[in-house]
Ligand binder design. Sequence first.
Ligand code: 5GP
Ligand code: MN
Length: 347
Amino acid sequence: MQLLNKSDIARLRQLLDQASNVVITTHMSPDGDALGSSLGLANALYAMGKDAKVIVPDHPSQQLSFLPNFKYIEIFCSNPEFSTKQIAQADIVFCLDYNALSRIDRMAKAVEESPAPKVMIDHHLDPQPFCDITFSQSDCSSASLLTFKVLCALELADAIDRDVAQCLLAGMMTDTGNFSFNANDPYIYKATAELVSRGADKDRLTKLLFDTFSADCLRLNAYAISNKMDVWENRGAALITLNRKELNEHHYRPGYTEGLVNKPLAIPRVVYSVFLREETEYIKVSMRSKGDFPCDVICAKYFNGGGHRNAAGGEFRGSMEQCVIVFKSLLDPNYENYIKNNRNIPI
Ligand code: 5GP
Ligand code: MN
């Protein structure tokens, strides 16, 4: 784990001491790490007697509604004028789990134009320079773990009560697939021990995050794997697509396909997996890989997105058919070389 810059911590401590009204923002389609880090920080600020609001660009998945104080989250797209005013009037605006204004969609203008000092806590590569203080560690497995580290460095560990602990551990578990990947840093387990000792319930989180689905959701995932998964074992690739009609037939809700893209990676010779989901205005692209296969590079180059080496995503403006054509053009003819040259691929 990298150290945090001491003068940045001192500046943030000073800002927090003077702040009473804090806004915390996170990326669109917020996942367990986005909401875990944001609500974790918000709950810590409540514990310190501050007024803290979490504002997200669009509707979060109801599957995360067990996170403490989820019900107070404000949804920017539901009332943009009101949220814009709150962002403008904040004493500090935190930017959690995102590295670029493009990741907060229509909320970008409000954050950019707010006179409040902005503080990024993020773990994606290449942070954009729109914040006054930037804590960015791309080798950190989750924004939630980095938020824990920042709270400790601020000497605010006492504010980590049971609610904070539950949120931060939920985020850490989400971005490591319940400690299955990016989870070899011993610090993760030190932080986990601390959070569990402060009241986080790891068993309950495992059940809620990784083993709680509606019947519609289970059927949609079963349908996708059974009927809509193509595998090119000799190319190390897999593709799953779901169009609007199929989603509607299964009463799709945000979060239903979370984790689906990982499933084909269970096949030993599959090195990368792509999931395409038809949204109203674009095709949402999700990509996962094993070893050194660079999902972030491919998503940035072809799908107007980015992310991490082994987990990235983006958006394709066009039809599903066109997007599949782009995907197929990427089927790597040198796949065998990836295996030969890459001892990290666990096959
Ligand atoms: P997911 O496939 O779960 O939506 O996203 C996986 C990771 O890819 C996210 O944590 C995020 O880092 C990145 N990602 C997903 N969608 C986008 C996108 O549209 N743009 C960028 N820059 N990154 C994305
Ligand atoms: Mn994250």
